[in-house]
Design a protein around this ligand. Structure first.
Ligand code: SF4
Length: 255
């Protein structure tokens, strides 16, 4: 990450660290979210549901604390009425370099892959939910029920994504099916993966381009360039989890 300033903050996870030989030229995936642009429209939430076959759980299950979103938009109010401003913050799995969810899984269903993704192996998960309890970002969701897809809804399911059954933990994958799809296409074309070729569903759907995904080790990627912005911060960075989701605070905001 030679072109990014640190601004007194730690470098984003793994971006500045020597690449282990075993990783070769592998990318280091990450995302930048510019909160100054977010309007709270939740198009990212809907795109994530459609892309990743997330069930709609309904009002009753939401009241039982079983809401189900891989990405959510948190809303904050700033100032006193009538000078109140709404602030929005999209929150998804932070793919922490030192992920608290990983060491507590008794069956290694969640682990770090060589490209820096916090991966979840569905058919290994036994549903203890230790990982969700240890996640400070509350971004892991337990599948309490077999999702119901009445006709003709199965026709809208994404064939590239598993429809998870009851009893497994799930969460944002940075649309790993799109990452793998782009890699396969590049291999078919006989070329390297292009900078910024992979775009997760949330980033694709976001009207003001709040979410920027890319290889943090590639100095030419949009995400890599944005990481150097002086407005950057990491969510609960003081915990030492080293998220690779980097937020840019709203312009003029002091903290
Ligand atoms: S789609 Fe973009 S603008 Fe809308 S809530 Fe999500 S991040 Fe914010």
């Amino acid at each position: 990450m030679p072109e990014t300033a640190t601004n007194g903050m730690p470098e984003p996870a793994g971006a500045d660290q020597p690449r282990p030989e075993s990783e070769g030229e592998l990318p280091r995936w990450g995302m930048v979210a510019d909160l100054d642009r977010c309007t709270g429209c939740e198009a990212c939430v809907l795109a994530c549901h459609a892309e990743n076959n997330l069930p709609i759980v309904g009002e009753e299950e939401c009241e039982n604390d079983r809401a189900f979103n891989w990405i959510r938009v948190e809303r904050y109010w700033e100032g006193e009425y009538p000078h109140t401003k709404a602030r929005f913050m999209p929150i998804l799995c932070q793919h922490c370099t030192h992920a608290p969810c990983e060491p507590v899984c008794p069956v290694y269903a969640t682990y770090h892959n060589p490209e820096g993704l916090n991966a979840q192996v569905y058919n290994r998960c036994v549903g203890t939910r230790y990982c969700a309890n240890n996640c400070p970002y509350d971004v892991r969701f337990f599948n309490w029920f077999d999702p119901h897809w009445p006709e003709p809804m199965p026709m809208m399911l994404n064939p590239d994504v598993t429809v998870r059954s009851r009893g497994v933990m799930e969460k944002c994958t940075f649309c790993i099916q799109r990452i793998n799809g782009a890699k396969e296409q590049a291999a078919i074309d006989g070329r390297p993966l292009a900078t910024d070729e992979v775009v997760p569903a949330c980033a694709q759907a976001c009207p003001p381009s709040v979410l920027v995904f890319g290889d943090l080790r590639d100095p030419q990627s949009k995400a890599s360039k944005l990481v150097g912005n002086e407005r950057r911060f990491q969510l609960l960075g003081e915990l030492g989890t080293e998220p690779v989701v980097i937020y840019l605070k709203q312009a003029g905001e002091s903290s």
